[in-house]
Structures are given as structure tokens and as C-alpha cells.
Ligand binder design. Structure first.
Ligand code: PMP
Length: 419
């Protein structure tokens, strides 16, 4: 049945899409941290950072259904729910971020952030990390090196190594700010004026680099000293995943623009940005921004319900507690399995780097793929990232329980013992 579906998909959708796992997964239903396949078999979802509250959360489902039953339309009419949502969302940010704009995807949010940043700075130069992913539009593909050599970077884009203390040595996170300064200086030598430092505050596609808390503040300062803005891409870390509402909070820094998406509607497409109001003056004076679905009534109702559940269920705090349990358990596994080179993370955003040899740190690329696929056969879903595709990426819903964390650890232990 799976094979027939894969063939049908290829015939209908063409060759540009990729599926996860050697045996692609067909989910038909979700509940909490569980996904169920067509046969009713239960899988622990440690991959999905979209349904962050848990799959099909009843409060969000109810909010979506209620608003959809009343009205959904484009965003040219007055609608109260979007204002209530904007207010509730802005209350989660530092007071300096006084406006919010809504889009449907994280890509649109980053694309809009870049347009505004260009208008505000008059510059074009963008600094990103060497395996960054920021989205699908052509402007973002030009600055998303993780898309590979098929998509060349723009002339206005410079990359810096991610703050990787495992491979870069303990001085690395501190060096990150100096690298950012040097990257802007390099662009300036080619006559390219600074626009923005754009980073995922957990460096997810680079391989997950959260430590030490605070190091990003110096990089933001370096960007600003060069005349650039600091844009925090919170599409992955935002909404409580790292144990705080926003990833940048761990670094004690206030971004100029924050972009967000993925878990914002717990699966319903909602995305947007928060911004310092003064930055919007030039852009807003020249451009009339319209996004048909961005901030539509149903999306706003979903987003508002997500904020309520995050607060009422204390999910950021749960992410911190269960994340710490997972990190401790993974460090325990590292004592038994030499293939584990490094364990790192914050809250429920965790990376486990697998290596062939702890002294050379040679990436265990093929082994990592085998572990991901073997876990899938044990009904635990994760993925991998990083330059050698050798970092297990673990991002369960924020409602993950202690028992489910133990179940994950036991499954990984079993798979590594077999390998
Ligand atoms: N930024 C980051 C850090 C992301 O991980 C992603 C999606 N993986 C995006 C932006 C783009 O979001 P979307 O797919 O919703 O357009």
C-alpha cells in the first residue's frame, strides 16, 4: 500500500519532493505526542515541531471549527480576533517589538523581514550560517546554503561557521561574533552595504547549537556595529520549544525583527513577524503590504488558542523539565555507545551527533541514516541534520511526558546496541 502511494505521489506531484525514511510513513491520525498509521499502529512523534501542543489539540481544533463555522475571508475587512491575537502575541515579546505582521508561512515571514530590512538600512548584505535554511522563496533560496550546490548563494550573501563548540573548540561560540564582523567587512570590500544578520537562534539545520546561553548577544552587537539589523528566525525555536517562549531570550538579546511560523497555529498555517516600529516607517510609507490569507480570522483564532494552551498547560516549563531528562538520559547512553560524539540541546530541541571515532570525530553519516530508519521501524520518529547529516534531530511535541521520554531513550538504546 505504501509503495503504491509513493508511486502515485511521484506520478502526480513530480520529482521535487522528498519523503522521510526508507519506508515512507503514512500517518492518518494524531493525538498528543502519538501518530497513528493506517493500520492503527502507534508511533512516538519526536520529529514534528509543528503540532507543538500535541496533535489535534482539542482547544485549537475547537477554536478553528468555531471560527470556520462563522466566517473566514481575506484580510481587507476589520476583524476583532486578529487584533486580540496581535495583542496577545506582542505581550510575549520585549516592549521594543511593538508591531506584528501576519503571513501564512515562515518563508513569507523571512521574505517580508528582508524586504523591510533592506528598506530600513538601504543595504543588501546578509550574513547567515554555513548550513542555514530560511525558506522557499527565490530570495531566501539565495541565502539558504543547506539547499546545496544546486542553488548558488547570492553575491550579497556571506556565510559564517555555526557556533559549534564540539568541532570548533571551546573558543568557538565566542569567535562567532568576530566571524560575523569579518563577514560584514568582507561584503563591504565588495561594495555591498550591510543589511542583516539572519540566524535561527538554535541553529537547527546547522546541527543544533544552543550553548553557551548568551553568546548570541555579542554577534547581534557585531551586526549592529556594522550597521546591520539582527533578525532572529524563531520558526524552529519559538513558542516555548527551548524552555523559554523565544530562543533569543536564552541569549539576553532583543532582536530588531523576529520571524515565526511552524508551531504558531499547531499545524494550521499561521506565521508572521514582530518588529521595532521605527523600522517599518520607510517600508510602510512606500509599500502597501497585502497578504490574502495572512492573519485571516481562522488563523488568528488558531494562533490565539495556541497561546492560551501554551500558558495554561505550562508547556515551555514542561519542555525545560522533560528536555533536561532527555539530555541526561542521552548523556547516559553516550557512556555506553561510543558512536555518540556529542549531546546538546535546550528544552525539547536536541541534537545528538554520531561519529565513527571519538578522537577524529569523523561523521557517522551512513550509521545515522540507519539509526533514523531503525527507530522508525521501532515506531519512533526523528530525523537528522548538520553538515555530515550525522546529527540526530529530536523535537517532540512540548507535551512529551516523562514516560514517553523514557520510551524514546529505551528505543534509541536498543537501536544503538543492535548497530
Ligand atoms: N526558517 C527556518 C529556520 C525553518 O526551519 C523553516 C522551515 N523548515 C523556515 C524558515 C520556512 O518556513 P516554511 O516552511 O513555513 O515556509
Amino acid at each position: 500500500r505504501e509503495r503504491a502511494m509513493v508511486e502515485r505521489r511521484q506520478r502526480l506531484l513530480g520529482p521535487a519532493y522528498r519523503l522521510f525514511y526508507e519506508r515512507p510513513f503514512h500517518a492518518v491520525r494524531g493525538e498528543g505526542a502519538w501518530l497513528f498509521d493506517a493500520e492503527g499502529e502507534r508511533y512516538l512523534d519526536c520529529y514534528n515541531n509543528v503540532a507543538s501542543l500535541g496533535h489535534a489539540h482539542p482547544v485549537v481544533v475547537e477554536a478553528i471549527a468555531r471560527q470556520a463555522g462563522l466566517l473566514n475571508t481575506h484580510t481587507r475587512y476589520l476583524h476583532e480576533t486578529v487584533l486580540d491575537y496581535a495583542e496577545a502575541l506582542l505581550a510575549t515579546f520585549p516592549a521594543s517589538l511593538g508591531h506584528v505582521m501576519f503571513t501564512c508561512t515562515g518563508s513569507e515571514a523571512n521574505d517580508l523581514a528582508l524586504r523591510i530590512a533592506r528598506a530600513a538600512t538601504g543595504g543588501e548584505g546578509i550574513v547567515v550560517t554555513s548550513l542555514a535554511y530560511h525558506g522557499v522563496t527565490s530570495a531566501l533560496a539565495e541565502l539558504s546554503p543547506s539547499l546545496g550546490e544546486g542553488v548558488p548563494l547570492g553575491r550579497h550573501v556571506a556565510t559564517v561557521a555555526p557556533p559549534d563548540a564540539y568541532r570548533g573548540g571551546p573558543g568557538m561560540p565566542a569567535r562567532f561574533a568576530a566571524d560575523v564582523a569579518a563577514a560584514f567587512a568582507g561584503l563591504a570590500r565588495h561594495g555591498i552595504r550591510p543589511c542583516a544578520l539572519l540566524v535561527d537562534t538554535m541553529f537547527t539545520s546547522d546541527g543544533v547549537f544552543p550553548d553557551p546561553p548568551g553568546f548570541l548577544a555579542a554577534a547581534a552587537a557585531a551586526a549592529r556595529a556594522a550597521g546591520a539589523l539582527f533578525i532572529a528566525d524563531e520558526v524552529q525555536p519559538g513558542f516555548g520549544r527551548t524552555g523559554t517562549m523565544w530562543g533569543f531570550e536564552r541569549h539576553g538579546v532583543e532582536p530588531d525583527i523576529v520571524t515565526m511560523g511552524k508551531p504558531m497555529g499547531n499545524g494550521h498555517p499561521v506565521a508572521g513577524l514582530a518588529i521595532r516600529p521605527s523600522l517599518l516607517e520607510r517600508f510602510g510609507g512606500r509599500v502597501r503590504y497585502f497578504n490574502t490569507f495572512g492573519g485571516n480570522p481562522v488563523s488568528a483564532a488558531a494562533g490565539l488558542a495556541v497561546l492560551r494552551v501554551l500558558r495554561e498547560e505550562g508547556l515551555p516549563a514542561n519542555a525545560a523539565v522533560v528536555g533536561a531528562q532527555l539530555l541526561a538520559g542521552l548523556r547516559g547512553l553516550a557512556g555506553r555507545h561510543a558512536v555518540i560524539g556529542d549531546v546538546r540541546g535546550a528544552g525539547l530541541s536536541i541534537g545528538v551527533e554520531l561519529v565513527r571515532d571519538r578522537s577524529t570525530r569523523e561523521p557517522a553519516t551512513a550509521e545515522t541514516a540507519r539509526v533514523v530508519n531503525a527507530l522508525r521501524e521501532r515506531r519512533v520518529l526523528i530525523s537528522a541534520s548538520g553538515p555530515g547529516a550525522n546529527t540526530l534531530k529530536i523535537r517532540p511535541p512540548l507535551c512529551l511526558s516523562r514516560e514517553q521520554a523514557d520510551l524514546f531513550l529505551a528505543a534509541l538504546d536498543g537501536v544503538l546496541a543492535e548497530a
